[in-house]
Design a protein around this ligand. Structure first.
Ligand code: GLU
Length: 313
């Protein structure tokens, strides 16, 4: 990477208002970077036009500011970077590792084995074995998605929090989509292109993305991009054990703001992160000297055990 300066990032998807789980990852990502005197950049992951809305993009920035989190420079909008993703896509195409996939949703499910414990399915690569003539025939009736052919390779990396994580690309992940049939570039491609373009050296994000990281490391290699370091944070769980999601309305920042001040929320999250012993009100700035990857919990955290009743009643 050539420089020791840490650059972290916020990468929220503006498909709804931020919820407690987003605040948790944003706070910790900010503390991880800023506690080392590092930079922090903001990228709005608004690739999916069906799900993302301008009002949420603006709201996210107001919410981060309300919480006391700042970033450097102008925010980057993925929706404005299609040409850059196209270049990376073409580069991979030239390497001969991309193929069109004509499977419908139903076919895709039929062609995928539920391979992993988390229920994620692994595509069997059938469209990658079509002859040229078959491809031509099928492209007359259907616009394909595009997949990248993964190698028979185990990818391991040392996670800052979770220890060494490994995944065998062909077995555990399978050929994955880089561009949807409607032309929208996939998260996996955009994220590696943007992390590199924005000079990100440290990715702190929820552990739901842990299993995406081997794919991203491999894509970085194919595209000649540097590898950031990764720290996958435990997730905050709803009382029934699910991870918090946009549908947990009472965990949305709009609702939380009616019950808590920013300092009170930050204090409770900091206590859950074991940065302070008691859930006392505090600012992100005041937490800077207390941040350490070493003492962060690794296991997911049930919000019902968060202090002061953040959880649903
Ligand atoms: N946009 C993703 C999310 O909001 C985060 C992606 C990432 O951190 O790589 O869940």
């Amino acid at each position: 990477m050539g420089t020791n300066k840490v650059v972290g990032r916020f990468a929220p998807s503006p498909s709804g208002r931020m919820h407690l789980g987003n605040l948790w990852s944003c706070l910790l990502a900010w503390l991880a970077a800023r506690s080392e005197g590092g930079g922090m950049v903001l990228r709005l992951e608004d690739l999916d036009p069906d799900r993302c809305r301008q009002e949420y993009r603006d709201q996210i920035m107001r919410d981060l500011e309300w919480l006391g989190l700042d970033w450097d420079g102008a925010p980057v909008y993925q929706s404005r970077r299609t040409e850059v993703y196209e270049q990376a896509f073409q580069m991979l195409k030239q390497q001969g590792i991309i193929y069109p996939c004509f499977c419908t949703r139903a076919e895709r499910l039929a062609a995928s084995a539920p391979h992993r414990s988390d229920g994620v399915t692994v595509y069997d690569g059938r469209c990658g074995r079509l002859s040229l003539a078959e491809r031509e025939a099928r492209s007359k009736t259907r616009r394909p998605a595009w997949r990248v052919r993964v190698p028979e390779r185990e990818i391991s990396f040392p996670d800052l929090l979770q220890g060494v994580f490994s995944e065998h690309l062909a077995r555990d992940c399978g050929d994955f989509i880089l561009r949807r049939s409607d032309g929208v570039y996939a998260y996996q491609l955009a994220v590696v292109v943007d992390d590199a373009a924005m000079g990100v050296t440290q990715v702190a994000r929820g552990s739901d993305l842990l299993s995406s990281t081997p794919r991203q490391l491999w894509l970085q290699e194919r595209l000649g991009l540097p590898h950031p370091e990764y720290g996958h944070l435990p997730l905050l769980l709803a009382p029934d054990g699910r991870r918090l999601a946009k549908r947990d309305r009472d965990q949305e920042l709009g609702q939380l703001q009616e019950r808590f001040t920013a300092r009170s929320l930050v204090g409770q999250l900091a206590c859950a992160a074991r940065l302070i012993d008691r859930p006392e009100p505090i600012t992100p700035q005041e937490l800077l000297p207390l941040f350490s990857w070493e003492t962060l919990p690794k296991q997911d955290i049930a919000t019902e055990y968060l202090p002061r009743g953040i959880s649903q009643n």
